[in-house]
Write a protein of this length. Structure first.
Length: 405
């Protein structure tokens, strides 16, 4: 079959294959269905939790919202992964919110907001705020938490909504738990719920993270502390979307390939998340430049072999290190054994999983462990075969090759 290029070059020439960083601007592959769903929930007055395993595209979606807000919306993106206590969490939120043009505009015509910003500026003076002139002799002290609460209570910019997007919120909760104990983490969760309830009607929150918030909360307290959040799941790309993305990326680099190669590639990837497609395309581009021949099914096999090279371990090792962070020693040992077996055998029945849990004396904890592993994107239960299997062929192959446990 004759070679082909991706779609019209005028359409695709600007999208680069961004691997490891968050695609923004012209490099972002549009997820219109998800974007529209988020706006509908916000318009209905909901606070949101974006639920998806790592690398599915949560951060790029939030960055798109921030970069391309619809009329009447101001989005502020904050990542709180390094926060280990309540004050550092609210400091990060304030620092990013104070940079927002929305707050600058509001402060110019609302004295209470301007005064509040000035009262906390001394504590965050390393942040450069172009619109604000401050007398640095200002001595009034304010905790970051109380200043944040005042700000969201005072926010009133007509019909304009301020949306605070908090990335890695579940990790922040775990950080607080590890450093300060369960009681402090519980208080932090309740405090956040109270703030959502008391915020101005035009202030909304979007939370997300690489680990599951419900699983984190269940280990600490009742899930009632998050039951006010409207959950939006971010699925993998549809086959049509995945094919479109693949052809656009290959076309950007003028890669020649046989038409059937794309469907073969996607069938092999199976779990069609943008990052895995971008990673595979990166290797395919290398294959094309090395051989100078149009790509075919053999090229895909070669690219997958290269993907499992030690140089690409950085893209998968977090799945293993995550077990140490998420589980106690006994739960970690069970999870590692389970993943080893699943990588080797490709599928495991419920009975086999139950038997393994019995061997580890973890029958009572099995449901919560499986829930955490499935949310974090390791595997799923395939109803068509009544068995568990890895979501990603890439992760399964890497795990089996490394024989990690």
């Amino acid at each position: 079959m004759s070679c082909t290029f991706a779609v019209d070059n005028k359409t695709i020439a600007k999208m680069k294959n961004v691997v490891g960083q968050t695609p923004r601007g012209e490099d972002f592959f549009p997820r219109e269905g998800i974007i529209n769903k988020i706006y509908r929930r916000l318009e209905a007055g909901s606070h949101i939790f974006l639920a998806a395993p790592r690398r599915v595209g949560k951060t790029s979606i939030m960055r798109f919202l921030e970069d391309n807000p619809r009329k009447g919306y101001h989005f502020v993106y904050v990542i709180t992964e390094s926060a280990h206590d309540s004050e550092s969490f609210y400091q990060k939120l304030l620092e990013e919110i104070l940079k927002s043009p929305a707050i600058g505009k509001l402060a110019k015509h609302k004295e209470s907001v301007s005064k509040l910003v000035k009262s906390v500026f001394e504590k965050v003076e390393r942040v450069k705020i172009s619109w604000l002139e401050v007398n640095l002799q200002q001595k009034e002290k304010e905790t970051f938490q109380s200043a944040f609460e005042k700000l969201i209570a005072e926010y009133d910019d007509g019909d304009n909504m301020l949306v605070i997007m908090v990335d890695e919120f579940p990790q922040t909760v775990e950080n607080i738990k590890l450093k300060h104990g369960d009681a402090e983490a519980q208080t932090f969760l309740r405090l956040n719920r109270e703030q959502r309830q008391q915020a101005d009607k035009n202030v909304r929150f979007i939370y997300t993270g690489s680990i599951g918030l419900p699983a984190v909360v269940k280990k600490l307290t009742s899930t009632s502390v998050i039951n006010d959040l409207n959950v939006i799941e971010i699925p993998p790309l549809t086959p049509t979307e995945a094919e479109d993305l693949t052809r656009q990326l290959l076309g950007r680099y003028q890669v020649q390939y046989k038409a059937e190669m794309v469907s073969y590639l996607l069938e092999k990837i199976k779990w069609l998340i943008p990052f895995h497609i971008q990673l595979a395309v990166q290797e395919l581009i290398d294959v094309f430049e090395t051989t100078n021949q149009q790509l075919d099914e053999d090229s895909v096999e070669r690219a997958f072999t290269q993907l499992l090279n030690v140089r690409n371990d950085i893209y998968f090792e977090h799945y293993y290190s995550r077990l140490k962070d998420a589980f106690s020693a006994s739960h970690q040992a069970f999870a590692a054994d389970l993943l080893d077996m699943l990588a080797e055998k490709e599928t495991l029945s419920q009975e086999a999983v139950n038997e393994l849990a019995k061997q580890h004396q973890l029958e009572a904890d099995l449901e919560s462990i499986l829930e955490a592993l499935m949310y974090d994107g390791y595997f799923h239960f395939d109803n068509s075969i009544n068995a568990y299997r890895f979501n990603s062929y890439l992760l399964q192959s890497w795990w089996d090759k490394k024989n990690l446990h």
